[in-house]
Design a protein around this ligand. Structure first.
Ligand code: DQA
Length: 141
């Protein structure tokens, strides 16, 4: 039983990056907390962050058949990447899209997700807790 946590561009800067919007928790802390949660359900969590679209696509392709679910904050690629959308469509593993901030309260270019139509669901605007809620959606299935 395995879940994959994927984070896209600039999320390696969490904790330092616009803390008023994204909070003060680092990605390392998010990954540690999520690992504890998944372990308590006897699941393994693999984690991957990249600033590169192609590396994220490679990781999504490799995930096929190997995970029960993917928790994915695609960062700004949410709003731009047809290639990541196609990668999600290519695999059978369900993806839950997570956004720390409420993208709908922000600039209009953040209001559209190219990935939402091919994702199982979306968690938006609940801060870093959104990662745990997404994990629970898979773990309590
Ligand atoms: C984000 C929202 C995106 O619009 C932005 O580009 C990010 C982070 C979020 O978690 O709120 O990098 O995905």
């Amino acid at each position: 039983n395995r879940l994959l946590l994927l984070n896209g561009p600039n999320l390696n800067m969490l904790g330092k990056r616009e803390p008023g919007i994204y909070g003060v928790t680092s990605l390392e802390d998010i990954e540690d907390n999520l690992t504890k949660l998944t372990e308590s359900f006897k699941y393994q969590l693999d984690t991957f962050q990249s600033n590169h679209e192609g590396e994220l696509i490679d990781r999504i392709q490799q995930a096929d058949g190997n995970y029960q679910g993917i928790i994915f904050n695609p960062g700004a690629f949410t709003h731009t990447s047809i290639a990541i959308r196609d990668a999600i469509s290519s695999i059978t593993v369900p993806v839950i899209e997570v956004h720390i901030s409420n993208v709908h309260q922000r600039e209009s270019f953040r209001h559209t997700s190219l990935l939402a139509p091919v994702s199982k669901g979306q968690i938006v605007g609940l801060g870093v807790k959104g990662y745990q809620l997404a994990a629970l959606a898979f773990l309590e299935e």
